[in-house]
Ligand binder design. Structure first.
Ligand SMILES: NC(=O)c1ccc[n+]([C@@H]2O[C@H](COP(=O)([O-])OP(=O)(O)OC[C@H]3O[C@@H](n4cnc5c(N)ncnc54)[C@H](O)[C@@H]3O)[C@@H](O)[C@H]2O)c1
Length: 347
């Protein structure tokens, strides 16, 4: 039972920062204290919409004792430089994906949080979908038998306007393109559901957009448990399909689209189980075509987990170490594409 409301600040009030504000305001145990953005007009806009004061600097957030948790919603290459001083000042961290774009910086964030005794959570809200949770439980309890083939397809589309004049698709601030930014959610699910990855062979290309990094990529994966996998991630596929995960085992097959179960065929499944699974969630929450089409509901689920973790003195579902894994896999795909070699994990 939470006695006092958990106080939140949001840094970076662009596209996803607003989704955080909506999610925080929908939780009775949470209170949005302030927002901050380098562009003052941007922070004032969101401050006004959510009836909170706009902070004038990072120091205002660091020194405000009413703030327990800071949501970091700035371009990906700035996450570590913001997170480390905040952790050192005793703030818990709710950091947008990817945690950062370099493993060394991520390790520094995790170490800073550990030293300060605060929680660092990497935002991968798809793990909180009902269909994903049911699939994870079915795999963990052996209901699919031995896993053999796993596919993650993110055949998404982003427009020229989305990239024009933006940090997106740049190496410095996005740390990559379609894989590091859009496909990371599904790549994380593939590794979470399929188990640790042993090696990766990858190929990336820029086929549609005028951006520095890739808009199209494919990877061949070997899991430590012997299963084989394929990841295909893109923002070049018009009009854009729902992200799809197919998991095949010796005893069953599960297929998900944007985290919704669309196929559930397990040997010896109780009658009606398939219908129950297919009916779990109707809302797609997806961003396959529209980057603004993200519902706050999944962020809310991850926030509720974080708030409970803080007050129950337990770890949240996705600690920093967990969120690091997808970044390592994506960096391995990039390395493989550059060298033409198979890459062994860990990097
Ligand atoms: N979980 C999801 O579904 C999801 C969806 C979209 C974006 N994201 C992630 O969220 C982050 C932000 O993406 P976005 O689409 O909201 O970007 P955006 O460009 O719309 O917003 C970023 C904001 O951060 C501000 N900013 C930049 N540097 C800053 C700094 N040092 N201090 C304070 N403010 C700063 C910018 O002025 C801008 O308003 C990225 O890491 C991205 O990968 C996650």
């Amino acid at each position: 039972m939470v006695s006092k409301k958990t106080g939140f600040a949001i840094i970076g009030t662009g596209n996803i920062g607003r989704v955080h504000a909506l999610a925080i305001q929908s939780i009775p145990e949470a209170s949005l204290i302030t927002v901050y953005d380098l562009q003052i007009s941007q922070s004032q806009k969101i401050a006004q919409e959510f009836s909170v004061p706009a902070a004038k600097s990072l120091t205002n957030i660091i020194t405000n004792p009413a703030i327990d948790v800071v949501s970091i919603c700035t371009p990906s290459g700035t996450h570590a430089e913001l997170a480390i001083p905040l952790a050192q000042s005793g703030k818990h961290l709710f950091v947008e994906k990817p945690l950062d774009i370099k493993l060394e910086r991520i390790d520094n964030m995790i170490n800073a949080a550990k030293a300060a005794g605060v929680i660092i959570t990497g935002i991968l809200p798809s793990r909180f979908r009902d269909g994903i949770q049911k699939t994870y439980q079915a795999i963990q309890t052996g209901r699919l038998g031995k896993l053999v083939l796993i596919t993650g397809s993110i055949k998404w589309f982003r427009s020229d306007e989305y990239y024009r004049g933006s940090w997106r698709g740049t190496w410095e601030l996005d740390g990559g393109g379609a894989l590091m930014n859009q496909s990371i959610h599904t790549i994380d699910l593939v590794q979470w559901l399929g188990g640790p990855i042993d090696s990766i062979y990858g190929k990336t290309a820029t086929l549609r957009h005028r951006i520095q990094a890739e808009d199209t990529g494919t990877a061949l994966i070997e899991f430590k448990n012997g299963a084989q996998g394929i990841i295909q991630g893109a923002t070049s596929c018009w009009p854009g399909d729902p992200a799809r995960i197919e998991i095949h085992g010796t005893e069953g097959t599960i297929v998900l689209e944007e985290g919704r179960i669309v196929r559930w065929e397990l040997k010896n499944a109780p009658e009606d189980e398939q219908n129950t699974m297919l009916a779990l969630e109707k809302d797609s929450f997806g961003g396959s075509r529209d980057p603004m089409g993200i519902s706050p509901d999944l962020h809310k689920r991850q926030l509720v987990d974080l708030i409970d973790a803080i007050h129950s003195n337990r770890q949240p579902l996705i600690m920093g170490e967990e969120a690091r894994k997808a970044v390592e896999i994506i960096l391995a795909i990039y390395q493989s594409s550059q060298t033409g070699r198979k890459i062994q994990l860990p990097l």
